[in-house]
Design a protein around this ligand. Structure first.
Ligand SMILES: [Fe+2]
Ligand SMILES: [Fe+2]
Length: 263
C-alpha cells in the first residue's frame, strides 16, 4: 500500500479506473483533472478529510488495489487538524480570492463574447484583444504571478498540487497565445474553441484553489508568514505599475454591453 500512497493519482486511476469513481463519490474530482500529478497520500492530506472519511475511502481503494487480500491501511500522519470546522481565510489568502471574483466575472462573459462574434469587424477584434489584455495583465501578471512568485514559494515545489497548479497556468497561457494567433488568421472556430477551453480550465482551477489549495495552505502558514505574505502581495501590486481598477472597469463595461445573463 505504501508504494501506492507515493504514486501519482493519474497513474493509479489509469490502472484502476474504479479508484476515480471512489474519489468522485466523496467529492474529490481527480478523474477529470487534466494534470494529475498529486500523489495518493497528497489527495488525502489536502482535501482536509475527517479521519473517519479517510478510513472509509482508503479501505475502498485498498479493496480495489488488492482484491485478493484484506489490507489494513494505517491512518496517515497529519500536520493539521482534521476536526470539522468552518473554513476561514487569512487576509492574504482572502486578497487572492477577491481577485478570483473579477476573473470569474470575465469568464462568465466569454459565451456572450463569442455569441455573434464578428472578427471581420474592428469592433469584434477589439473585443477579443481587450479580453486578452485582461487575461494577460490581470489574471496572469497581476494574479498568477503573486501565486507563482510569492505564495507557492512557501511550499514544497515538488508537491503534486503545486505542480498541477503551475501546469494549469501554463495551459492557460497556451490557450491565450492560440487565441491571438487565430485572431491574426481570422480563424473564428479556433478562437471560440480556445477561449471556451480557457474558460473551462480557469473555472475549475479557481474552484480548486478556493476550496482545496488555499484552505490547505492557510492551515500550514504561521501567523508571521501570513503577515509577510500580505505585505509582499501589496508590494507586488505597487511594483506592477498599473492599477487593477482599469480591469475592474473593463469587466463592468463588458457586462453592460454584452448582458451575459441573456446568453
Ligand atoms: Fe492559480
Ligand atoms: Fe488563483
Amino acid at each position: 500500500m505504501e508504494t501506492y500512497l507515493n504514486t501519482g493519482i493519474k497513474q493509479i486511476i489509469d490502472q484502476f479506473p474504479e479508484v476515480g469513481g471512489i474519489l468522485d463519490a466523496h467529492g474529490i474530482g481527480c478523474a477529470p483533472c487534466s494534470v494529475g500529478t498529486c500523489l495518493l497520500k497528497d489527495i488525502i492530506e489536502i482535501h482536509h478529510l475527517g479521519e473517519d472519511e479517510e478510513k472509509v475511502i482508503m479501505a475502498k481503494i485498498a479493496a480495489v488495489l488488492f482484491p485478493d487480500k484484506p489490507i489494513q491501511v494505517p491512518a496517515m500522519k497529519r500536520k493539521i487538524s482534521t476536526e470539522p470546522e468552518k473554513i476561514s481565510y487569512s487576509p492574504a489568502i482572502k486578497k487572492l480570492m477577491d481577485e478570483h471574483v473579477l476573473i470569474k466575472r470575465y469568464l462568465n462573459l466569454i459565451p456572450a463574447i463569442l455569441k455573434n462574434l464578428d472578427i471581420e469587424s474592428k469592433e469584434g477584434r477589439q473585443l477579443i484583444l481587450d479580453g486578452v489584455d485582461f487575461i494577460r495583465s490581470y489574471a496572469d501578471k497581476y494574479h498568477h504571478a503573486k501565486e507563482e512568485d510569492i505564495l507557492f514559494k512557501y511550499f514544497d515545489a515538488d508537491h503534486g498540487i503545486i505542480k498541477a497548479m503551475l501546469e494549469e497556468h501554463k495551459q492557460a497561457r497556451n490557450h491565450v497565445k492560440a487565441v491571438l494567433d487565430a485572431l491574426e488568421h481570422r480563424d473564428l472556430d479556433t478562437i471560440a474553441r480556445r477561449l471556451t477551453a480557457y474558460r473551462d480550465l480557469l473555472s475549475a482551477h479557481i474552484r480548486k484553489e478556493d476550496e482545496i489549495l488555499y484552505p490547505w495552505m492557510d492551515k500550514n502558514l504561521s501567523i508571521k508568514q501570513v503577515g509577510e505574505l500580505f505585505s509582499r502581495f501589496h508590494e507586488a501590486d505597487r511594483e506592477i505599475g498599473y492599477s487593477p481598477e482599469k480591469y475592474q472597469a473593463l469587466v463592468e463595461r463588458f457586462e453592460e454591453k454584452l448582458n451575459p445573463k441573456e446568453v
